[in-house]
Design a protein around this ligand. Structure first.
Ligand code: ZN
Length: 378
């Protein structure tokens, strides 16, 4: 049993001498970088559990001997930065890819971030910054594609090492006029082309609503709109996901407000395989039928996406005051476990609209996202 020292300085010393049981041992090809240099980048303290989990992974990487952390270990680095402590001692070393693989295959392997979550960052910054926090998936909002060559976007994303999880967003089918409904269909057909071009397997549909038009009529128009674009989606190999929105948006953003209503549209259209549901905890956490509707989505193969954030009390803006996981009252982990129990193994997508967080340093915000995600799933 090797017990880590409390202080960073002592840890650094251990790494330098390649203490037995630590990945700094020469046989694994690691060489420590300057901890002082790294510390300047750290903005978080790492909870004990995360440190332990992370070191456990390093053991799997090839270290021998057990490592335990003294309780109260609060110094140091967040999980996602841990691997950056170590770099190959030679260019031939396979250790760094192995370390990266471990991180991707374990705790952070299902972390996806939406480009809208870090709205102040441009697309290239998202591609550069997300992976540094262990993010393995990216959901691209269409705003990020404006003025860009889609083939280049596809290549850039592939180069970042992240998987494109979905394109956000299509939908907004209802309109008071047939010309408006046709314009929506045309826009959704364009979204399908965009998704295909960038290699996004899924489009999330925020279905739309028209103030003053009955919700029943809007839902009919939504079903008609989806029916009109389904053949193109299937031909392009792009799936569609209806995202039920919280009822507070029933006036102008979505007449589909529950999982049950989403299922009803899928049923009405003959349960096409390419049509499913995006479960966003922000919109459905309150629903007393949530667990059974998630179960049903699993049974019917309709669980296409899972979005997370939190509900703040008080919420000061209906659209743009969503919380970082842990800031609010949603039972995110419980809902997430229900989702996983259906056999869903897709990404957990962090989608946060927040004037507050958008007004802060996005690098710090990304650190907080990674840390809160790791805390949630540790
Ligand atoms: Zn969402």
């Amino acid at each position: 049993m090797h017990r880590l020292p409390r202080s960073v300085g002592a840890l650094q010393q251990d790494l330098r001498v390649g203490a037995k049981g630590l990945p700094g041992g020469g046989e694994h090809g690691f060489a420590p970088t300057s901890i002082e240099e790294r510390r300047a980048e750290f903005r978080f303290e790492l909870p004990y559990l995360l440190a332990q989990r992370c070191l456990g992974q390093m053991q799997v990487c090839g270290s021998t001997g057990e490592i335990a952390l003294p309780s109260g270990f609060e110094e140091v680095f967040e999980l996602v930065e841990f691997h950056r402590f170590f770099r190959p001692s030679s260019s031939e070393s396979t250790v760094l890819p192995a370390t990266r693989k471990l991180i991707q295959s374990s705790l952070m392997s299902r972390l996806c971030v939406h480009t809208i979550t870090t709205k102040p960052l441009n697309f290239e910054q998202c591609l550069a910054e997300f992976p540094k926090r262990g993010v393995t998936g990216i959901t691209i909002w269409r705003q990020a594609l404006e003025g860009r060559d889609l083939a280049t976007v596809k290549r850039q994303t592939a180069d970042s090492g992240m998987e494109v999880v979905s394109l956000c967003r299509g939908g907004f089918f209802p309109s008071a006029t047939s010309a408006g409904r046709q314009a929506a269909i045309d826009d959704n057909l364009k979204a399908i082309e965009q998704a295909h071009a960038i290699g996004a397997p899924l489009i999330v549909l925020v279905c739309g609503a028209v103030p003053g038009q009955s919700l029943v009529e809007s839902r009919k128009q939504i079903a008609d709109g989806i029916a009109a674009i389904l053949p193109a989606a299937e031909q392009a190999g792009v799936k569609l996901a209806i995202e039920p929105l919280h009822p507070m948006y029933a006036d102008d953003r979505s007449a589909v407000n529950t999982m049950r209503q989403s299922h009803e549209i899928c049923d009405a259209l003959g349960s096409p395989k390419s049509l499913g549901i995006a479960v966003d905890v922000y919109h459905v956490w309150w629903d007393p039928e949530l667990k059974e509707q998630i179960d049903l989505a699993g049974l019917t193969g309709r669980l296409h996406a899972f979005h997370i954030c939190d509900w703040k009390t008080p919420t000061t803006d209906l659209l743009n005051d969503r919380g970082l996981m842990g800031e609010g009252c949603i039972n995110i982990r419980e809902i997430s476990d229900w989702v996983d129990a259906t056999g869903f193994t897709g990404h957990r997508e962090v989608e946060i609209f927040s004037n507050h967080w958008w007004g802060t340093d996005q690098h710090v915000f990304l650190d907080k996202i990674a840390a809160s995600y790791a805390r949630l799933y540790a």
